[in-house]
Design a binder for this molecule. Sequence first.
Ligand SMILES: [Zn+2]
Length: 201
Amino acid sequence: MEGWCVIWNAVFPRYCVSCGTEGVLLCDFCAADTSLDGPPFAYANPKIRKLICAWKYNGDEGGLAKLIQLIQPRAAFWKGVIKAKKIEVIVPIPLSSWKERMRGFNQAKDGARAIGEIVNLPTIDLLERKHRWFAQANTSHDLRKKSFAKNPFALRSGIEVPKRLMIFDDVETTGATMSAAEEVLRNAGVEEIVRISIARG
Ligand SMILES: [Zn+2]
């Protein structure tokens, strides 16, 4: 997927990902798509996939802005769940720090914050990725593999853990990442966890 994104990147300046009109990543006409179901949107939808790709792999924040524009009028379901379950905050699923460094921005945090503005919730960085090299000391290869595979996440220290929260990932595929994050949070005493993502597939 990342290779495909690089090729697509070569077509800057921006063109509408759907109809090709020059000037914006998604034109107003294509943004007014009434057939769009979600959020979460289907990752198989090329419009959604290209916007995520522009944001995530090309570092074009316009991609996130356009996704937010699509989410805004369709966020009633999320707002209902937040109210019903008395959700207090959004917790982004963190990228590994080397990915953040490589891309030069914290995509998970930016995405969670943008969603938070729509649903009126603050964002807190409660989770971090365990460092692979940290687990390498004094363990055999098998053990290391097991301990890393078990759960890649840990709680960040010094942050009060809320009882009711939403976890955010931009794209949910198998759900394994969300489940791992949930396990850490439940062990820390979180009682209610709701999953949200921009796309699924
Ligand atoms: Zn268009």
